[in-house]
Ligand binder design. Structure first.
Ligand SMILES: CC(=O)N[C@H]1[C@@H](OP(=O)(O)OP(=O)(O)OC[C@H]2O[C@@H](n3ccc(=O)[nH]c3=O)[C@H](O)[C@@H]2O)O[C@H](CO)[C@@H](O)[C@@H]1O
Ligand SMILES: C=C(OP(=O)(O)O)C(=O)O
Length: 415
């Protein structure tokens, strides 16, 4: 099993460039099969989750070539039975339900997986696609779906689910007539998917607001597209910069997308300097405590909750962290306690009492962002920390240790 060995206490200085967003790329890859023409995607980091999605597309019959971080997808679909093991390694595999229905009116799909952060039901996906006319059955642990012709409808989401909004949007672009999604998710990744689909010829209005209107078209065409920078990768390096005693410039960021993170940094007394597509973060040993409540965008992102908690463990006072999106997203807390953090957990609320220093320990990453939080904690801690379970981290952070080394951190991957 691979692990990281991190010697803490090194000051981090320099510049790091954020990659395109995993959570924007995965839906785009799933959606790429709704045309028969080639799709060109630029600046694609070969993360583990992205490799798995490509493997699934190849299983369906697509040709996928990768040259210089540009992916060329020739979306032939010859196989609509995707009840294969790797589907459950990804949450975003559920988006193939919408895209396969749009492309070939029928699919057999394994259940999705993804980070172990809660029960993660798919009822909103099923409800939405059923409204568009699909017949969907759960059968011995897989999903069977078919439709004669997808037809536009008005769909109200009980919760602004990112994935359900994306799934319905993908299916609706080739449906007959108009689809309206009410209480839609407004996350930048949803807008990015809408922009990608529009570049293929889809007619989508209102993405980024809570009402999205989609007018079905008959056919989609080839597109060349660069997904948005990863706001969570940016936020993770921002936290690293704040607690590791130096200063880091993070480039290729969309400032608007990281506003909720910047707002919290300012409350914490952390100096940030915004550029056009860059943000510079200066470390301080006088971090003020703050309260965090995770919410749908533009609220504070749940994917940043764990990294932010690492920061609050060394704040000068008491912070409260409320996780409202996923019921089991505190798996990092037990590991931070091993490092001397003072955190009390009560259901979805964590009370974090700042301590002076964290100390090294033997840790296990149990999910992606929780794993990144442990790396940050280890970088600022006294002594040498060992982190197992780092395959979770590789799902979402491209060249993580290479970047940390270039900033002056001491991190080794032991294979
Ligand atoms: C691959 C990807 O893009 N993952 C992101 C996506 O996950 P994902 O799309 O799975 O997240 P959702 O927005 O769907 O989930 C939000 C909440 O809705 C619930 N829910 C969702 C669907 C459903 O059918 N029924 C239901 O009850 C979930 O259990 C959760 O409590 O958005 C999350 C919220 O920003 C992020 O943390 C994930 O990193
Ligand atoms: C939870 C995440 O991913 P997924 O939805 O793929 O599990 C994440 O990116 O933080």
């Amino acid at each position: 099993m691979e692990k990281f060995i991190i010697s803490g206490g090194k000051k981090l200085f320099g510049s790091v460039k954020v990659h395109s967003s995993k959570n924007a790329i995965l839906p785009i890859l799933a959606a790429s099969i709704i045309t028969e023409d080639n799709i060109y995607l630029h600046d694609i980091p070969m993360l583990e989750d992205i490799k798995i999605m490509i493997e699934i597309l190849r299983h369906c019959g697509c040709e996928v070539r990768n040259t210089d971080e540009t992916l060329v997808i020739s979306p032939n679909v010859v196989n609509n039975d995707i009840n294969i093991d790797i589907v459950n390694k990804l949450r975003a595999s559920i988006l193939l339900l919408g895209s396969m229905l749009a492309r070939c009116n029928k699919v057999i799909l394994g259940m999705p997986g993804g980070c172990n952060i809660g029960t993660r039901p798919i009822d909103l996906h099923i409800k939405g696609l059923s409204k568009l006319g699909a017949e969907i059955k759960l059968n011995q642990g897989y999903i069977e779906a078919k439709v004669k012709k997808l037809k536009g409808e008005k769909i109200y989401l009980d919760f602004p689910s990112v994935g359900a909004t994306e799934n319905i949007m993908i299916a609706a672009v080739l449906a007959e007539g108009e689809t309206i999604i009410e209480n839609a998710a407004t996350e930048p990744e949803v807008v990015c998917l809408a922009n990608f689909l529009s570049s293929m010829g889809a007619k989508i209005y209102g993405a980024g607001t809570d009402t999205i209107r989609i007018l079905g078209v008959n056919k989609l065409k080839s597109a060349s597209f660069t997904p948005i920078p990863d706001r969570i990768e940016a936020g993770t390096y921002m936290v690293m910069a704040a607690v590791c005693g130096g200063e880091i410039e993070i480039t290729n960021v969309v400032i608007e997308h990281i506003r909720p993170i910047i707002a919290k940094f300012k409350e914490c007394n952390i100096k940030v300097v915004e550029g056009e597509n860059t943000i510079k973060v200066f470390s301080t040993d006088k971090i003020k405590p703050t309260d965090i409540k995770t919410l749908p965008y533009p609220g504070f992102p749940t994917d940043m909750q764990a990294p932010m908690m690492s920061l609050l463990t060394v704040a000068k006072g008491t912070s409260m962290v409320i996780e409202t999106i996923f019921e089991n997203r505190f798996l990092h807390v037990g590991e931070l306690l091993k490092m001397g953090a003072n955190i009390k957990l009560e259901g979805r609320v964590a009370i974090v009492e700042g301590v002076k220093r964290l100390t090294s320990a033997k840790l296990e990453a149990k999910d992606l962002r929780g794993g990144a939080a442990l790396v940050i904690a280890a970088l600022m801690a006294d002594g040498t920390t060992e982190i197992e379970g780092i395959e979770h981290i590789s799902r979402g952070y491209f060249e993580f240790e290479k970047n940390i080394l270039s900033l002056g951190g001491d991190i080794k991957r032991i294979v």
